[in-house]
Design a protein. Structure first.
Length: 202
């Protein structure tokens, strides 16, 4: 699936219909739900993955290990490191929602990281810029699962307040990922994150 970059060139970094089983869902209010997603590299972009997570990671199995899929996620990773990444994503989402008929009168669920995670705080801050741009746009909801708790805790107070506001508006759904092999330090970070961002899910 091709998507427009800010410079007008085509890329394949954003997969617009990320889940074939969900693309025609209707919510309880009768609104069509359409899906976008962005993925980076499994494991390599998961700095705080647990042993249990690594052992069962579905992003390392099935079609996820096809060469074209791995290559696509490597390109996405490389793209995410660009300084203009946030601007490109904002442009792509805005263009698709405005010009694509399939998004007309639909709510967009944007899944971040079916594969991968926030691999450093600079990358997280790029996403925070994207989310903030869509702060008042009720057409789109961003959702993700993460084990990179430390990066959220390292945000400035101003950035944390922005994220809390995004959560209060229902624009961003933060889901903390824990399992039986999560170590005590990570569990402690998760509790601290929940305390600072009480609308997060665990």
């Amino acid at each position: 699936m091709k998507s427009l970059r800010a410079d007008g060139r085509y890329c394949k970094s954003i997969q617009l219909n990320g889940n074939a089983k969900l693309k025609n869902c209707i919510d309880e209010y009768g609104i069509w739900l359409k899906y976008m997603q962005f993925n980076v590299l499994a494991l390599k972009d998961c700095p705080y993955s647990s042993a249990g997570c690594r052992s069962v990671c579905y992003a390392t199995k099935g079609h996820h290990v096809f060469p074209n899929v791995i290559e696509s996620r490597q390109r996405a990773h490389d793209w995410s490191m660009r300084e203009d990444f946030a601007d490109c994503v904002i442009y792509t989402i805005t263009t698709e929602m405005k010009n694509s008929r399939k998004f007309k009168n639909a709510r967009v669920i944007f899944r971040i990281h079916e594969s991968g995670d926030f691999y450093n705080i600079k990358y997280l801050r790029k996403w925070l810029k994207i989310w903030e741009h869509f702060m008042d746009d009720e057409q789109i909801i961003f959702t993700f699962y993460t084990k990179s708790f430390i990066f959220f805790l390292q945000l400035t107070e101003e950035e944390k307040n922005t994220l809390r506001q995004l959560q209060s508006k229902g624009r961003v759904s933060v889901n903390l990922s824990l399992d039986d092999t999560t170590d005590l330090k990570q569990k402690s970070r998760a509790l601290e994150l929940i305390a600072q961002f009480p609308k997060s899910n665990i």
